[in-house]
Structures are given as C-alpha cells and as structure tokens.
Design a protein around this ligand. Structure first.
Ligand SMILES: C[S@@+](CC[C@H](N)C(=O)[O-])C[C@H]1O[C@@H](n2cnc3c(N)ncnc32)[C@H](O)[C@@H]1O
Length: 204
C-alpha cells in the first residue's frame, strides 16, 4: 500500500480522538510558538498537521497566515469540517512533504509533530531536509517533535526512526542550530507510553 492510502485508511478507520498521537491541544508546540511573539501575519506551516487542533489554536491566537500540509486528504477534510467557516482562513495542501514544491524562503515557522520520524530511508530524509531548507526563511524556526530513543520502534503500523537531540541535529545538518529541547511522555488512548523529543532549531 502506498503512503497516502495508508494514512487515508488510518484516518477513515477511527475517530480523531482515538488515534494514537491524539492530544486535545498540542500544548508544547503551542506554547513554543506563542513564546516566539510572532506577528499575526508571519507565515507558519504545520507539516503533517493531520487533523490536529494546532491550527484551531493558532487561529484563536490571531494567526492569519497558516498552511497545513498533509499527505492524507481524509485528515485535512476532518480538520476543515471541524473548523467550519474558519477553514477558509487556512491554506490546505494535500501533498507528500518529500515531493511537494514549496515556495522559497516563505515560512517563518515550520512545525512538525510526529511526521519526520516516519521517514526511515536516507533518501526520504534528504528530500524532506531539502524542502525544509528551501521553504524556511533565513532565521526561521523549526519546531519538531519525534519519537525519542526510549519510544517504541513503531507507530500506526509503521517503523519509525527514533532520535536524540544530537542525532536530530546531525541529521538536519549545520544550517540548523538547536535552540532548546524537551522530552515528554505521551500516553496513547490505548494506554501505550511514547516518549517524544521536542526540539526547536533556528536556521542560519
Ligand atoms: C502521527 S500523525 C501526526 C499528526 C499531527 N502532526 C499531530 O500531531 O496530531 C502523522 C501525520 O503525518 C502525515 N504524513 C505521513 N507521511 C507524510 C508525508 N510524507 N508527507 C506529508 N504528511 C505525511 C500523516 O497523514 C499524519 O497525519
């Protein structure tokens, strides 16, 4: 099965709140973004945003230049339905982050919770990184949450690559300077413990 079908089936098979990575609010991501004190028109992209409520919370905080990208149209459709009319304030991209063409130096913030770790092949990581370097503004920020080394080796039926902050820094390359990091225990609705590593990087 290709990746798009896999993710569409995942979202079609369960309610959003039953998905393993579900959180009512992405508290760490939101508090890190709020701490940046960005202008409300600063362009933000949530890569692999799925059906998460980060977009709702960013809209409520006044942000008006938000892009949500996900390989699964099903996931984006759930988010749009939830948001109703407010969905028109958001740019929705049903695309694969390893192949999409994004505008150069567009985004002030690139957010990714639990997406990059599914790229287990070097070539996929290289393509993701090339898009990140291309689309993030100079001085832009990357906020990324991956499985930490202590987390299980699989998620949603797929293998994941687990990271320490040093490994993530090395994988992203020298353009990205680690600003801060934080580990967090997430318990899935089914009771499985997953330790996440959140990192904030700035792009030179
Ligand atoms: C574990 S979920 C996390 C969703 C969301 N970030 C959150 O925290 O609730 C992973 C998401 O990444 C999306 N995804 C997986 N591979 C992708 C890819 N290559 N390009 C874009 N999105 C992808 C999936 O459809 C799914 O919505």
């Amino acid at each position: 099965m290709n990746r798009k079908n896999h993710w569409d089936n995942v979202y079609a098979g369960k309610s959003t709140s039953a998905l393993g990575w579900y959180e009512l609010h992405l508290r760490t991501s939101l508090s890190w973004i709020k701490a940046l004190n960005l202008a409300v028109d600063a362009p933000l992209i949530d890569v692999g945003g799925g059906a998460s409520t980060l977009v709702d919370d960013l809209l409520d905080a006044g942000h008006r230049s938000i892009t949500v990208l996900d390989i699964s149209e099903q996931a984006l459709s759930s988010a749009r339905t939830r948001l109703g009319k407010k969905a028109d304030l958001v740019t929705w991209l049903a695309e694969d982050i390893t192949s999409v063409e994004l505008p150069a130096h567009r985004y002030a913030v690139w957010h990714d919770r639990a997406v990059f770790h599914f790229l287990t092949e070097l070539e996929q990581q290289r393509q993701y990184r090339a898009n990140l370097v291309h689309a993030l503004q100079p001085g832009g920020l990357l906020i990324i949450g991956t499985f930490a080394l202590e987390a299980p080796p699989r998620c949603s039926g797929l293998p994941v690559h687990r990271y320490s902050q040093e490994q993530l820094s090395n994988t992203l390359g020298e353009e990205f300077k680690l600003v801060k990091h934080h580990k967090e225990l997430h318990v899935t609705p089914g009771g499985v413990e997953q330790v996440y590593l959140y990192c904030q990087f700035s792009k030179d």
